[in-house]
Design a protein around this ligand. Sequence first.
Ligand SMILES: [Zn+2]
Length: 130
Amino acid sequence: MTIAPDIRCPCLSGEVYAACCGRYHSGARAAPTAEALMRSRYSAFALGLEQYLRGSWHPSTRPDSVDLDDDTRWMRLDIEDVRRGGPADSDGVVRFTAIYRDADGGHRLTETSRFVRERGVWFYVDGIHA
Ligand SMILES: [Zn+2]
């Protein structure tokens, strides 16, 4: 799947895709913070990038496959709280709400996600749904 580099990034940062999550999806660089990884994973869900979702999942919790529903439309991401997760930290917590629509209508998902950084690379570990 080819994604135009000049589309607005699905994470709604206001940047174009290539200057935002696209850099991480392509492997051109690693997400520098837990929040950046969180945003790139949201964008990967929106764009259906299963390989990126698995690769950014910590090996200890990584699922064999990620269930991506073609009917799901990811509408909006709000980052609500960030603890640690900076370039010098080894772990971080990001609380967010994602709004999406599927065949059943609109949904709101609030999750507190845990991230760890190993050898300079951030990984998603797990999340607790509010
Ligand atoms: Zn983005």
